[in-house]
Design a protein. Structure first.
Length: 179
């Protein structure tokens, strides 16, 4: 196995004579895909071609080194970077947005981390749809209501989830941790 660019010499031998040795360079196209974020732009590490993915599925026409994202939507991104004959898929880049402090002041979630039951308190005059989504983007729990509600999370595996709280006027995201 070649780990770096190496020069080999090739010749032909017919049993009595050997040809002139010719140098052959074996070059490794090394690529390590990574994602960085500046404001609403994701950037991939250097390569010759790119394919961006959203929740594991290719994004149509997302084949440049940068990707503009929606700062108001939770998402999981990856990018495949190609350099020569080598391809590398980045680690997942999980983008979470939380509500602003002003909006959060009217909403309470506790306890967080949660063991079995999560309490959500919202304004009683405003009906919300509530979704709990796992880190792969799959909706695990969905319901609607207002005021104080207690949700059983005992059937969810331990890990991080996103709670989406949506009304006609706003959309808020909260990270919750199930122990």
């Amino acid at each position: 196995m070649i780990g770096t660019t190496t020069t080999y010499y090739v010749s032909i031998h017919n049993g009595t004579c050997e040809s002139t040795r010719t140098p052959v360079v074996a070059a490794i196209d090394n690529v390590q895909a990574a994602i960085t974020q500046v404001d609403n732009m994701l950037s991939a590490s250097n390569g010759t071609s790119y394919q961006w993915f959203l929740f594991g599925k290719p994004i149509a026409n997302a084949t440049s080194q940068t990707l503009e994202i929606n700062l108001y939507e939770m998402a999981i991104y990856t990018v495949e970077v190609t350099q020569g004959n080598c391809k590398s898929l980045s680690k997942e880049f999980i983008y979470l947005i939380t509500a602003t402090e002003k909006e959060n002041a009217k909403i309470k979630l506790y306890p967080n981390p949660v063991i079995e039951e999560l309490t959500i308190e919202t304004p009683t005059n405003l009906n919300h749809s509530i979704s709990i989504v796992d880190m792969m983007g799959r909706e695990r729990i969905a319901f609607s209501g207002s005021g104080k509600q207690i949700i059983s999370l005992k059937d969810l595996q331990a890990g991080s989830y996103v709670l989406l709280l949506q009304s006609a006027q706003s959309k808020s995201y909260f990270k919750i941790v199930k122990q």
